[in-house]
Design a protein. Sequence first.
Length: 252
Amino acid sequence: MDGNFNMKKTILYLVILFAIPNWMCKKENACDCFKGTGDISNEERALAIFSSVEVEDNVNVIFQEDTLQQVTVQAGANLIQNITTDIVEGKLIIKNKNKCNFVRRYDIPINVYIHVLRNQIFSIKTMGTGLISNTNPCTNDSIDLQIESSGDIEFQMGGLCKTYTHQHGAGDLTLTGSCEQLIIYSKGAGFTITDACTNIYTWVYTNTTGKITVQSTDLLIAIIDGSGNVYYTGNPNTIQKTENATGKLLPI
């Protein structure tokens, strides 16, 4: 009698064991949890023209200023189909819709390579944890770089570009090269490091604990409403500062 009962229990457990994955797989992308990352794969995406980019999740984005638009996704073969690159009202929105990312191999990153024309992109925003960078200097007339999360931005600048930065997250923003004007607005916890980016006019507003560094050659305006210091180099001809909190404007 006990043997028959134990056999029935075993059969019941096996039925449940095989039924759960099938039930879960009916949900969107749920079966991803049962897949490995797979070998690295590249997929070129044909997309409509876009003028801004927003990045979510653990996706790295690498920009290159070029003479054409091209978007290539690089990821594990089992994951690449769920790395989405959607255009919504002229904005390219990049997401990793794979489930169970915490069990994935981190030695195979998710990269999106974006080739764009000069002045095509006016805004780049990170709402994820990946790194946004570029392989050659951005020579746009203007560009707006925004951090809303723990993801970092590392950008090379060039020419007479007017650069606007908005830091509202924990990620760090680093600029190198040169630009004509640099506008920094920081209310996040991350650092804004731009002392390796030469500019003529620099305007800074900060209400944060994070450090900010700048290099200005002519006019530097700093408004400090937080405890984080602003450090400067470049011997600007004119310095205007307003220190409303414990943070200070200090030479490097």
